[in-house]
Design a protein around this ligand. Structure first.
Ligand SMILES: [Zn+2]
Length: 376
């Protein structure tokens, strides 16, 4: 990074093995790392007011460029003062490039070396996404941390497909960078390469040579086994530039986050806590409980006795089960609240443990609880 007015800076506080804790300073404030970013797909974290997201301890959220581009449209968002103003969230927002959602529409998109043509899933109209267009949309939204458009079509276990996606991703790196006109917004590059070590190393080298404000590793939670994920995470983390934030995209479960922090990653996002919360899947230190299960019908215990969240302080499993089974709106809201509290509290514990030199012990303890499973 050669710019003198850097759009973000990363301040180290402590390291413990490869794990690090620090502060990420952005134009809209500071984020303590390792950080979990709740996903606000269309500008809202489903089921929570922004002040609740803040109360739960989130310091940054993720918004999806594809969804906001289609509805309400980035120019509407821009005219209304940007996504922060619109959504009532003043802290930093990271936006993805839109590519992942476009590509996940499969046969409806046509990819070439310049970009991708796709049909949107709402109106069915034909649209085009290129690196230039992605950055233009992210800037119109008012993103604080933008992601470079990459080709994430490669099946992680298909070498030819992973190599082709890597070639195109590399081709697009300088175009993403050149498209940025707002020098105060940060831009992260994304390392691809599937499960193949040589492709991952090559992608990392090209991305770092191009130079970004931060580095993300993509394509690691799209169907590979947990061992493959661990291998790539352990390979990539320590090799990414030390002075820049390292973001593992779309990960993951608490155990995945513990693994990735151990490998030196700083930023995470995942729909799991919010989506699971809506679907009656709630996190405990000993694994996930399904609150619709009949065994909770008269269970007076909270979800997790060790959890101090408002849901656990006030509601029994029996009441939560009743809410979900009766289709009460409060069930999914309560599950979302607890799950995000669980994730954000885990991140707090991780940061404190790294600062105190006790991260390995914390990780071992949390993983052993998960292995033992629920205490009955
Ligand atoms: Zn709780």
């Amino acid at each position: 990074m050669s710019d003198t007015a850097a759009p973000l800076s990363f301040e180290f506080l402590a390291t413990d093995g490869h794990a690090r804790t620090g502060r990420l300073h952005t134009r809209r404030g500071t984020v303590r790392t390792p950080a979990f970013m709740p996903v606000g797909t269309a500008g809202s974290v489903k089921g929570l007011f922004p002040w609740q997201v803040e109360e739960l301890g989130a310091e940054i959220i993720l918004a999806n460029t594809y969804h906001l581009h289609l509805r309400p449209g980035e120019q509407t968002v821009r005219r209304l003062g940007g996504v922060h103003r619109l959504a009532g969230w003043e802290r930093p927002i990271l936006t993805d490039s839109g590519g992942y959602q476009v590509f996940s529409h499969g046969e409806r998109c046509r990819l070439d070396d310049d970009g991708v043509t796709f049909r949107d899933h709402i109106e069915g109209s034909e649209r085009r996404l290129t690196p230039e267009r992605s950055i233009e949309i992210q800037q119109a939204l008012g993103s604080d941390i933008m992601m470079a458009l990459d080709d994430c079509t490669g099946q992680p276990t298909d070498r030819d497909a992973a190599a082709a996606a890597l070639r195109r991703t590399t081709l697009w790196l300088p175009r993403n960078k050149a498209a940025r006109t707002d020098a105060t917004a940060a831009l992260f590059g994304i390392v691809q390469g599937g499960v193949f070590e040589d492709l991952r190393r090559e992608s990392l080298e090209c991305t770092v040579a191009e130079g970004f404000d931060g580095y993300a590793v993509g394509g690691v939670s799209v169907g590979e086994g947990r061992e493959e994920v661990q291998r790539i995470v352990a390979l990539m983390g320590p090799r990414l530039p030390e002075a820049a934030p390292r973001y593992l995209m779309g990960m993951g479960r608490p155990e995945d986050i513990l693994d990735a922090v151990a490998a030196g990653f700083d930023m995470f996002d995942c729909v799991i806590p919010t989506r699971h919360g809506r679907n009656a899947q709630v996190f405990t230190r000993r694994g996930i409980l399904n609150m619709r299960n009949a065994r909770h019908k008269e269970d007076p215990e909270p979800i997790d006795k060790a959890c101090g969240c408002r849901v656990c302080r006030n509601f029994s499993r029996a009441y939560l089960r009743h809410l979900y089974v009766a289709g009460e709106m409060l069930g999914p809201l309560a599950g979302t609240w607890h799950n995000l509290h669980f994730y954000l509290e885990l991140m707090e514990e991780i940061r404190e443990a790294i600062a105190a030199g006790g991260f390995a012990a914390l990780r071992a303890r949390r993983l052993s609880w998960l292995e033992e499973g629920e205490q009955t």
